[in-house]
Ligand binder design. Structure first.
Ligand code: NAP
Length: 263
């Protein structure tokens, strides 16, 4: 499978590293095209891939073309690589770029749109993706193996789920980082040394998410298992409910969804 990345920045670079680490493809089958010379040098040196400055030339021999540039650079990139060969499939991770806009801009029917999240940078991402009807099963398989290298992937057959995923898993790491930060602050507030508070919080979150995965119980049941009658946890949960923790999260995700729909 020959893959060309247009944009070898944070996400493009991370995807290349994930693909090579998991031996999904060899360095000789990857071309990266980027306007930045330092990015090209870095990826050439560290990953052994071919790096070019010309987008049109870079995509010529690719089976899969991955668009990993910022949204504001997409129009120019589409102009430079429009009318790909009929057997080529284009996969975009550009936030907010719809299948229709990509098909129109590239003058090509064979498009995949994926929404990865930030932990994809370390191979622990969540990717939700959708494809146009013209993408054939073999091309979908190819995309699945590439996106699977970033962590977990879910294929959906309706693009509306991409905006929902943007609000939940796309923005989600920011909610979780804020939660982690606030819990560490709380630990420090009651007298714990910062390093100790951080270790307690991070391991508590890792342990809790692993428990949700392994025990396969509803989170409410797990929460109840930690909440003894009249105990400390119950006291804390009362404060969270009073402060509107649950409804605040619902409203936050709904606001992100509304914004994603109007990007
Ligand atoms: N970062 C994330 O966690 C994340 C998560 C989900 C989705 N995404 C999506 O992924 C895309 C890339 O994000 P990123 O964080 O990887 O951005 P980034 O680090 O800025 O990488 C983009 C790269 O493309 C280069 N570039 C700009 N214009 C170009 C052109 N015309 N042709 C070729 N290369 C060009 C940039 O060079 P210069 O820096 O010199 O402009 C940069 O090296 C975005 O659309 C974003 O919505 C990112």
């Amino acid at each position: 499978m020959r893959i060309t990345f247009v944009g070898g920045g944070t996400m493009g670079g991370a995807m290349i590293r994930c693909l090579l680490r998991q031996k999904i493809t060899a360095p000789g089958d990857i071309i990266v095209s980027d306007v930045s010379q330092s990015r090209r040098e870095l990826l050439k040196r560290e990953c052994g891939v071919k790096a070019l400055a010309n987008n049109g030339e870079a995509v010529e021999s690719a089976d899969l073309i991955i668009l990993a540039v910022k949204p504001q650079d997409l129009a120019q990139v589409m102009e430079e690589i429009e009318n790909p060969a009929p057997q080529q499939v284009v996969l975009s991770i550009v936030a907010g770029a719809s299948l229709a806009a990509l098909c129109r801009g590239l003058n090509h029917p064979c498009i995949i749109r994926a929404m990865p999240n930030m932990p994809a940078q370390i191979g622990e991402g969540m990717v939700v993706w959708v494809a146009t009807a013209e993408v054939n099963p073999k091309q979908k398989e190819m995309a699945q193996s590439v996106l699977g290298a970033l962590g977990e992937e879910i294929y959906v057959d309706d693009e509306k789920y991409l905006d929902m995923a943007t609000a939940l898993s796309g923005s989600g790491p920011a909610y979780v980082f804020l939660f982690i930060e606030a819990l560490i602050d709380a630990g420090v507030h009651i007298g714990l040394p910062h390093n100790m508070a951080k270790k307690l919080v991070v391991q508590t979150i890792i342990g809790s998410t692993d428990t949700v995965q392994e025990m396969d119980k509803h989170p409410a049941e797990l929460r109840s298992m930690v909440t003894s009658p009249g105990g400390t946890t119950s006291e804390a949960l009362l404060q969270l409910e009073r402060g509107g923790f649950r409804s605040l999260l619902l409203e936050a995700v709904a606001a992100a969804y509304s914004k994603a729909k109007h990007l």
